[in-house]
Every structure is written in C-alpha cells, then in structure tokens.
Design a protein around this ligand. Sequence first.
Ligand code: CTP
Length: 399
Amino acid sequence: MNNILLGVTGGIAAYKAVDLARRLTLLGFRVKVVMSENATRLVGPATFRAVTSNPVALSLFADGGAPMEHIDLAREADVVVVAPATANIIAKMAHGLADDLLSTTLLATRAPVVLAPAMNREMWSHPATVSNLETLRERGVRVVGPESGSLACGEEGPGRMSEPETIVEEVLAALGTNSLLAGVPVLVTAGGTREAIDPVRFIGNRSSGKMGYAMAAVAARMGARVQLVSGPSALECPGGVERVTVETAEEMREEVVERAPACRAVVMAAAVADFMPVKAHGEKIKRGSAEKLVLELVRTPDILAELSGIKPQGQVLVGFAAETGELLQRARAKMREKKVDMLVANDVTHPGSGFDSDYNRAVLLFADGREVELDLMPKAELAAVIWREVSALLDISGR
Ligand code: CTP
C-alpha cells in the first residue's frame, strides 16, 4: 500500500483538502495528514482523522507523538502533497526553513512532492512567490494549479486551488501508477441485476456495486479505456469511464456480449441474478385474500460462461465468486466450470467486508493453479492489486 503524506496549510481552500484526503483514501492509499497551526483554525483535525482513519500530526513536540515523527513521516511517504500550499509554505520550502512539523518533514523527505498553491492573486504574482516557485520547480517539485476564478478575498484572478480530482491525477502521476493499462480497452460489470415480478416489484440482491465501480475507477486511473456495464446503482460514474446502465440479467448479457470481443480484459464483478420470474406480470399483483403466493422462476443466462466460450485469443477474463462458506473449494470448482483466467473469491458473510462495505478480503485464483490470499483492504486497493495481475497476464499473452 502506498503512503501519502498530505500537508494542509492555512488557506481557505483547506476545506477542499478534506475531499482530497477522502478521494486518496478511497483509492486505497494510506493517507497521513500533517496540518500547520493556521490550518487547524480553518478545519478541525478530527475531520481529517475521520476521513483517513489515521491520527493527524500537528506539532513537533506533541505529547504522545514519536520523538522523531518528522523523520518517520518523511521516510514512509511515497508522495508528499501540500494542498492548499500557501505563499508562506512555498517560501519556507524554497529557502529550506524548518520551523514546524510540516516544513521540517518537507525538508527531511526525499519523496516526490506535489504542491497545490492557493492564495490571493497579488501574492501569487509577487516576484518573491514567482521566484520561489521557480526554485522549487527546478528541484523537481510538481506544481498543480492554481486556477483562475473568484477568490476567497472577493477578487478575480489566478489563485484558486485546483479541484481535488486534478490534484489526485498529479499525485498518481508522481507515483507513476497511471500508465500500467495505458490505452487498453477493458470492460467491467458491476452491481446487482433486477428481475421484474410485476411493474413495482423485483428480485434483487444485496450488491452495492462498490467493488465493480472501484475496478472501473482504478482502471481509468491506470490509463485504460473503460466501459462499465452496471446494474441499477446509486454510485456516481467514475471519471473517465463510459457507463451503460442496465436492469436485468438479459439486458446485461446483451450489452456485455456485444462489447466484450473488442476488449483486452473483461471483469465480471456484477452480482447477476441466477433466476428470474418465468413471466413478469403486466399489472401489480394484488394481495387480495391470498395467504400464499408461488413465483415460478427460470434460470438467467450465465454471462461469464458464455464469455469464456467466445473469448478472443489473448483476452483476460476475470470472474468473481461470492460465497457464504467453503470459500476455496467452491471457488476452485467455479474456476474450472467457468474457465476464467482469474477468479476473485470472497466470503460475503465475513464481518467488515463484502456487500456495501468499502473493504474486501479476497483470494485470487489463477488458471495455472496459483492462489493468492489477500488481507482485508479497501476495495480500491484490491482493485489495484487485481489490475496489476491482469496487466501481468496481458504481458504474458503479448500486448
Ligand atoms: N455470473 C454471470 N451470469 C450469471 C451469474 C453469475 O456472469 N447468470 C458471473 C458473476 O458476475 C461472477 C461469476 O459469474 O463473476 C460467479 O458468480 P456467483 O454468483 O458467485 O456464482 P454463480 O455462477 O451464480 O454460482 P452460485 O450462485 O451457485 O454460487
């Protein structure tokens, strides 16, 4: 897991750093926040603690903090991002000043640094700031933004901190993780399907779609061209992803079978209904005086099995297995039946993972018999692990 150190300094845009911390955490990074004293006047450390699930570092001499915390923070970071970066922290960095925890950590780190400046436009265009930024850029610091627009001081001009999504892109670029699947067309399915009983009722399942959406989002971040075929879901379509929403297993089958042949990797993360009513009633079924109602169900098409039959050479096909016990035995059997290249098996009854959770614990099974048991981790991080494996399989099959 990559460690990201987020430095927050005292600009009004500090509130936007909360969203940045949340997005980075959802992508599976371990995010530690260091706040300058002024930043704590604008946003409470408790907010960052809540979104990152990590303590927030505030002072070089805090009670209970490690004596060499700045050195530990500096060493463990894979990327340091300062957002918002005030004119003051930029000046301190340019001159090597170290008078608080954040500036000391910045002087001690050798990790790539991303700055997202935010300040009044006069401060931004002041020759001191211009020259400080030039110095930092020469040293390899990545500067994102600022953007032009209305500023907190009521003026118009350059000085607004870039949006969190843009800063995330820069952080990923600094980590070098966004090129693994560059240009590769992939298809992901997500969410549960719904099979109509009548115009107001359906057979559904507990899938939230979070795992499939994480798969789509992470693939897009790694540069893939992503199509997402999703059952009904309240989740936002991730940036850079083309989404098609479907309702039933049959509709999902149609979209997937049409799109899959042109894709290099297909990931079936959707919880497809196994059975559907033989016929959906045209009108709402009335309760009347009936004590019992018998629904007759019929199998839905097995999309994954069909995909393995029409798989073009070199395509990597990934299935998921949601089990409620005897995980490995059932997953091994499913692997054989469905003839996939990789199966992601998870026990959905496990506390703290599975449906609607942001976390998942999975075992990866491969066609060559290899099995990798993974720890409980955020779904976005699991998605990154899966895509790294897919990318390795694509390399073997020759991209
Ligand atoms: N799947 C599919 N079409 C179906 C049912 C499942 O493509 N009609 C896919 C799922 O998207 C998943 C994999 O098959 O990638 C396994 O789904 P799962 O529900 O775990 O297994 P089933 O095949 O439905 O078997 P069972 O319900 O008996 O465990």
